[in-house]
Write a protein that binds this ligand. Structure first.
Ligand SMILES: CCCCCCCCCCCCCCCCCC(=O)SCCNC(=O)CCNC(=O)[C@H](O)C(C)(C)COP(=O)(O)OP(=O)(O)OC[C@H]1O[C@@H](n2cnc3c(N)ncnc32)[C@H](O)[C@@H]1OP(=O)(O)O
Ligand SMILES: NC(=O)C1=CN([C@@H]2O[C@H](COP(=O)(O)OP(=O)(O)OC[C@H]3O[C@@H](n4cnc5c(N)ncnc54)[C@H](OP(=O)(O)O)[C@@H]3O)[C@@H](O)[C@H]2O)C=CC1
Length: 515
């Protein structure tokens, strides 16, 4: 019997960010392994004209939860959606709901965050710092609380090369930042943002670092742990391989490469691609929840959930495997044949951006205009280039994350828990994982049918022929222009033609003799 699964039985669990990528996988695993848990409270905001209930039921009715329905048929009754906006005071939670949360919650998993790299500092601070502070305040009023698990990111200190499982101090105290956001106007915030974030690449990593300091400073007597995942990718094994439902991290770029939009990417092939599957993160998170509640470590422990030091894979290997998978499992209606390449040089990056990204987009938009349709490719390409510029920082560097706490926890688990809540990334076969990832992107993100693969392959063959035809025509035109202008080119041309003629004459003569 799994001790961890048994621990969550009968518990009331509060999850923020349950409608997000990681939150959904976390809920799924909890319901599947501990179907006798009492209730999961999820803080949700109404969105896109859907009520809370509709949002939550839509998640429960998705493919991700198919296995849950078998072991926990009454899953709909065990989830309680609470209307909340983490940007508001007291999260805009009603008094009754707040009372219920405060008096019943046993475990808190704080996953909600803004994960956009370009978010305005005010918003990023509100969600990643102030909301964390408020949640801690709420947690301190929960008499039955056993553990508070905060999800951060391994990149919260990415200005360092070697990162230990400790909370690093920030140059400016989070409290001062929170206060200043209240009275500074947007223009001034824009102006001081680069100075404040210093050597951090964006407001996301900066505010996640501040959030950790808040957790450490304001955790009081709570039993707290911090989890730092690196780049969270599709699921490895559970509930099935390759599940992913948003474009963050590599997923959007895999689509862009598979559809033929992405041709070149400024990345260091030997840099470590520190991906970590979503189910691995969730298994560690649940194990940490159990350990923190049962063993009550004296200080706040930080757990790195990374792959680079235990089972490294680099961007070069990952890119090649992604491309190899497109051969077997192509995406439908590709714009061009998938053929993305890595470059490390600024000049070649600009060159390929102009030649392989912008020029085809402009030509295609021209064609769309000519045929009376709305141009859209340039806009899409600009968005892709913007995304590339945002992720460049992370794909041209390698980091070393120590994993003592994570390894300590692994050895503290029973063999059964090590199996059910496996977070040993050394067992991961990257080639298999990446293939399943690409397949998952096709199935769950693009919602493409496997039956369409032969047609997609045909389409790629047509694109290849068009490509050859286009290149041949381009070469002939260029050559024709050259021999019209240059005596040297003309001489070379006459030499080639006379050589071919002589060769043919010789061939014809020898075949006549043989006959
Ligand atoms: C050889 C091949 C190799 C390929 C593999 C290479 C892999 C490299 C991967 C590197 C990843 C590095 C990640 C580092 C993560 C750090 C760790 C964390 O904690 S970070 C935690 C993780 N956080 C992150 O990863 C956040 C990163 N993302 C961002 O910060 C922002 O998306 C942005 C600033 C990049 C673009 O902002 P903006 O231009 O304002 O665009 P919006 O977002 O507002 O979307 C507008 C519309 O476009 C749509 N769409 C969007 N992207 C794509 C796409 N790629 N495609 C297609 N469509 C896309 C989107 O659905 C939307 O549609 P609609 O709803 O309007 O219909
Ligand atoms: N994905 C990754 O690569 C990595 C993620 N992480 C961390 O993991 C955690 C989860 O990330 P992930 O699941 O990928 O992120 P998502 O963007 O998929 O999910 C974010 C969640 O936060 C919720 N949220 C955002 N704003 C509010 C708000 N104002 N009020 C209430 N809820 C809100 C979202 O709700 P809604 O659905 O309503 O928008 C959503 O449920 C984050 O803390 C992130 O920093 C760490 C490392 C890497």
């Amino acid at each position: 019997m799994s001790m961890i699964a048994a621990f969550y039985g009968g518990k009331s669990i509060l999850i923020t960010g349950a409608t997000g990528f990681l939150g959904k996988v976390l809920m799924e695993k909890l319901f599947r392994t501990s179907p006798d848990l009492k209730v999961i409270y999820v803080l949700v905001r109404p969105k896109q004209g859907q009520t809370l209930q509709q949002r939550v039921f839509q998640i429960l009715d998705s493919k991700l939860f198919e296995k849950v329905k078998e072991v926990c048929p009454n899953v709909h009754e065990k989830i309680r959606a609470i209307s909340a906006d983490l940007n508001q005071n007291d999260f805009a939670i009603s008094k009754e709901d707040m009372q219920e949360l405060l008096s019943h919650t046993n475990i808190v998993f704080h996953c909600a965050a803004t994960v956009r790299f370009d978010d305005h500092l005010r918003h990023a601070v509100q969600l990643n710092v102030t909301a964390t502070q408020q949640l801690l305040l709420m947690a301190s009023q929960m008499p039955k609380l056993e553990a508070f698990i905060h999800i951060s990111t391994a990149f919260s200190n990415c200005n360092l090369k070697h990162i230990d499982e400790v909370v690093y101090p920030c140059p400016v105290e989070p409290k001062k930042i929170i206060d200043s956001m209240e009275w500074l106007d947007d223009a001034i915030i824009d102006e001081i943002t680069p100075k404040l974030i210093g050597d951090q690449p964006n407001t996301y990593t900066y505010t996640k670092a501040l959030g950790e300091v808040v957790v450490q400073q304001e955790g009081g007597n709570l039993n707290i742990a911090i989890i730092r995942p690196s780049i969270v990718g599709a699921t490895w094994q559970e509930p099935f391989p390759g599940w992913v439902d948003n474009l963050n991290g590599p997923s959007g770029l895999i689509i862009a490469a598979g559809k033929g939009f992405l041709r070149s990417i400024r990345a260091t092939p030997m840099a470590v691609a520190d991906l970590i599957p979503a189910d691995t993160v969730v298994n560690l998170t649940l194990a940490v929840g159990w350990y923190t509640a049962v063993h009550r470590p004296k200080s706040t422990l930080v757990y790195h959930c990374t792959s680079g030091n235990l089972n490294p894979c680099n961007w070069g290997k990952m890119g090649l495997q992604v491309l190899a998978t497109f051969e077997k499992i192509p995406f439908e209606r590709a714009f061009r044949r998938p053929n993305a390449d890595f470059t490390t040089n600024n000049i070649t990056t600009h060159y390929w951006n102009a030649v392989s990204h912008r020029a085809p987009a402009i030509i295609y938009d021209f064609y769309l205009r000519l045929t009376g349709r709305k141009p859209r490719m340039t806009k899409l390409m600009n968005r892709l280039l913007r995304t590339l510029s945002m992720v460049e920082y992370f794909i041209n560097r390698s980091w070393e994350w120590s994993t003592y706490n994570t390894e300590m926890l692994m050895s503290a688990l029973s063999p059964e828990d090590q199996r059910v809540f496996n977070f040993d990334v050394r067992q991961l076969n990257w080639l298999e994982y990446i293939e399943n990832y690409v397949l998952g992107v096709k199935k769950y993100l693009l919602k493409e049918d496997m039956a369409g693969i032969p047609e997609a392959k045909q389409h790629l063959k047509r694109l290849r022929n068009i490509h050859y035809l286009f290149n041949t025509a381009l070469f002939l035109i260029a050559w024709r222009l050259l021999i019209a202008r240059s005596q040297v080119a003309r001489n070379v041309w006459f030499f080639i033609v006379s050589f071919c003629y002589k060769f043919l004459s010789y061939f014809r003569a020898s075949s006549t003799l043989n006959a």
